[in-house]
Ligand binder design. Structure first.
Ligand code: ADP
Ligand code: MG
Length: 253
């Protein structure tokens, strides 16, 4: 099947620091890929490049055939305006370690902000969809609550619903459970498992190796700005041959 998201020869610098070095990556529709690796290896930066939150210095990212930041016309690529980039970015939803909900808006208002305010879709329709999404993440009863009244796990589930409300083609998760108390991790992973089981294309940066083993179609290992291993969960997690992968996994477990 054709790839939904591709990174090819991706190069990213922060000043003179070469943070992403020649990244080649692809994910097919419906696939779940987990990215693991040590802190500082470039995992967050890679997700941010996919979602055009960072500029890149070489190579390209494409989502569903569109080159990020460009419009194709015959054999030519033309840079997009900021407005067109904002439109293009909606094709990928992102969930961060911290939830970034609007504190003075209710849960429901947080979820419809994007579809109504940004996508200019009808409020009534978006409200119905938001209620369905809240049900899906187990929070139908919290529609009128404010973020501050929710636990971290509940806030993260709202953040997932809010990203889904934009109807993205793929979802990126950047350590979505790292900021949570241990007893709240399971409810968020449960929602992500349900998304995976229903065909959502997902790239998940996580240290939850149990989740990787259970849910990932493929696991990618990053170290020092490079992808150094990619394989099935069994290949990467159970029988790592690369010594760096091996020592990382034994440290996390
Ligand atoms: P990871 O998510 O794997 O922990 P990051 O992508 O956050 O790694 O960071 C990769 C490297 O880039 C780290 O060395 C980090 O300090 C550096 N870095 C991240 N963001 C910036 C930035 N905005 N400016 C300069 N350096 C950065
Ligand atoms: Mg990170």
């Amino acid at each position: 099947m054709e790839a939904l998201i591709v990174a090819h020869g991706l190069q990213k610098y922060f000043g003179t620091f070469h943070v992403l070095q020649d990244i080649d990556f692809s994910i097919r529709k419906g696939e779940v890929v987990c990215i693991i690796g040590p802190s500082g290896s470039g995992k967050s930066t890679f997700l941010r490049c996919i979602n055009q939150l960072e500029s890149i210095e070489g190579g390209y990212v494409s989502v569903d055939g569109e080159i990020a930041g460009y419009r194709r016309d015959g054999n030519h690529l033309y840079p997009l305006s900021d407005r067109e980039i904002a439109r293009q970015r909606q094709s990928v939803g992102m969930v961060f370690q911290r939830f970034h909900l609007f504190p003075h808006r209710t849960v429901l208002e947080n979820i419809i902000e994007g579809p109504v305010g940004v996508q200019k879709r009808r409020k009534q329709q978006c409200t119905e969809e938001a209620r369905a999404l809240l049900k899906r993440v187990g929070l139908a009863h919290k529609a009128d609550a404010y973020p501050g009244e929710l636990s971290g796990g509940q806030q993260q589930r709202v953040a997932i619903a809010r990203a889904l409300a934009m109807k993205p083609k793929a979802m990126l998760f950047d350590e979505p459970t790292s900021a949570l108390d241990p007893e709240l991790v399971g409810e968020v992973l449960g929602v992500m498992k349900e998304l995976a089981a229903t065909g959502t294309t997902m790239i998940v940066v996580t240290h939850e190796l149990g989740f990787c083993r259970e849910v990932a179609d493929r696991v990618v290992f990053m170290d020092a700005g490079r992808i150094i291993e990619t394989g099935t969960p069994a290949e990467i997690l159970e029988n790592p041959t690369n010594p760096r992968v091996k020592s990382f996994i034994s440290a996390v477990l």
